[in-house]
Design a protein around this ligand. Structure first.
Ligand SMILES: [Ca+2]
Length: 119
């Protein structure tokens, strides 16, 4: 016997219709008869806290140009010119005053990570 109800309801795409209840750090994946919330790009599954941000900077999975530094952000990361360097018209970090290059505070302060202190 033809199951009309199953045929009618088989292919509801909750993701496309935005009726899913995935969190902002999750990506909706449509499944037959339902959907699944998976960690979005830039996040990974954490046993205790759901999808957590990946720190690309500490994992060395970032790609920043020369003379720039990596700053972790929620769901991604950003590159900012290191101290003494400025972004030129070619979007490269060039410096004519690289005097405070090492050990200084960056031009941007990372919003979430407290600097590690020796004590
Ligand atoms: Ca990140």
């Amino acid at each position: 016997m033809f199951n009309y109800e199953f045929w009618f309801r088989a292919d509801v795409n909750e993701c496309a219709e935005s009726t899913d209840e995935c969190e902002s750090n999750e990506a909706c994946a449509n499944r037959p008869g339902g959907y699944k919330c998976e960690c979005a790009t830039g996040y990974e599954s954490n046993e205790y806290a759901g999808c957590k941000d990946v720190n690309e900077c500490s994992r060395n999975t970032y790609a920043c140009e020369a003379n720039s530094r990596c700053f972790n952000t929620e769901g991604s990361y950003q590159c900012a010119c290191a101290n003494g360097f400025r972004r030129n018209n070619s979007s490269q970090c060039e410096g004519n005053q690289p005097r405070r290059q090492a050990g200084g505070v960056g031009e941007l302060s990372p919003p979430q990570e407290a600097p590690s202190s020796p004590n």
